[in-house]
Design a protein around this ligand. Sequence first.
Ligand code: ATP
Ligand code: MG
Length: 458
Amino acid sequence: MALEARRRVDKQNPTVSQETAISVENVSKVYRLGVAETRHDTLGAVFVDMIKSPLENYKKYRSLYKFDDVTSTKIGNGTERSDVLWAVRDVSFDIKRGELVGLIGTNGAGKSTMLKILSRITPPTKGEVRVRGRVSSLLEVGTGFHPELTGRENVYLNGTILGMTKREVESKFDEIVEFSGVSKFLDTPVKRYSSGMKVRLAFAVAAHLEPEILIVDEVLAVGDAEFQKKCLRKMEDVGQHGRTVLFVSHNMSAIARLCERSILLHQGGIVKDGPTHEVVSAYLSSAWGQTAEREWPDEAEAPGDDVVKLRAVRVKDKNGEVSNSHDIRDPILIELDYDVMELHHQLYIHFLVHNQEGVCVFTAIDQDPEWRRKDRQTGRYTTVCRIPGNFLAEGTLSVTPVLRSIRPETYHGHAPDAIAFHVRESFEADSVRGDWVREIPGVVRPSLEWTTRYTCKG
Ligand SMILES: Nc1ncnc2c1ncn2[C@@H]1O[C@H](COP(=O)(O)OP(=O)(O)OP(=O)(O)O)[C@@H](O)[C@H]1O
Ligand SMILES: [Mg+2]
């Protein structure tokens, strides 16, 4: 797994055509349930661990990756084994050099697993992966580095793993530090960084060390809007220089902006691979792309920080029932549950609504005078926003809740496209459409007041 091994693998790929950067052939990844596999998010972490205790690690890896007994997956009577989980199942695709590709799908679809296989953090159980070129990857939120090493050491380690000389890394060092904005903490071990700081530095490293292939998992889930925009611009820039980018996100508008092609995964398998607008549209209009309710029972996984954490978001109909399909004439309720854990914050709760083309239809901000500009007690809150009927256009819409506070202005967290719902067309006389039967353009379809006066005889 060390650098040499990686170089060898990359050189041994005469079968990959000049234009192909990544070739994935019938790849599957099986996890044995109940057996913990140490999670590594960078090759750096794998690399350092291997150096620290090579034999122990070698044995551990061997035992975890031996699946000779399970890859048949069927037991004697032909039923599926229940002690294994197919995180990725028989996946094949090619990515050309210079392509920007989005990888989308619901939670647990296998996206991160696929990226880990491509980054050689974890080997596939079956199938073959060929990667042509130096890979730099940023996998999973906030965990891009080896925690014991300082920010500075991690930058050098990552450079070395990419096959760069110390001098080459040095020439990029200032740019990396400037992009990340963490210069004050460069000599602090990364384990003391906040998740936002970690992801900032990790992204800066991954994008600036001149990789030929850049693999990014959900970096936009962390960090403020400004940093997200900066990351997207940087990825675009990397793509424009003939590099290959593979990008996982739940943020459909980011995917739509960056990638011309997308791959949709569901339960480990590819469901659709093609132009992004078609793939995103298929995803959002599928039942599993429309989760009307999302909860974070585990506090550690909930979006937010030490001040406030989002615990649930749901879309309800006018009767208060959770529903992902709504008549265009009916009001829709968006409900947010969150825990305030620190006193004296003036929260500024809002959410963004995007349509399936990735357009932000509107942003709704909680301006309830009862709470506006007031410090909050600690505890659980439920905030409901009512979207009037006869306001949205038909189609699929997603909701991105954002937790912020003002004075001082602080970003606490957000949940990109946490839920989605469908607005159904109505052909009844009391709908905005009235008697018109053909398509009506527009991202909203509000019910407006009209008056007509007869002014003079013609
Ligand atoms: N190290 C592991 N050990 C066991 N099971 C795992 C491991 N990593 C992932 N899985 C399982 O494999 C499946 C695919 O997980 P993966 O993390 O690839 O999904 P994902 O598409 O990235 O989801 P998300 O959108 O939530 O990030 C899930 O059921 C997950 O629980
Ligand atoms: Mg993931």
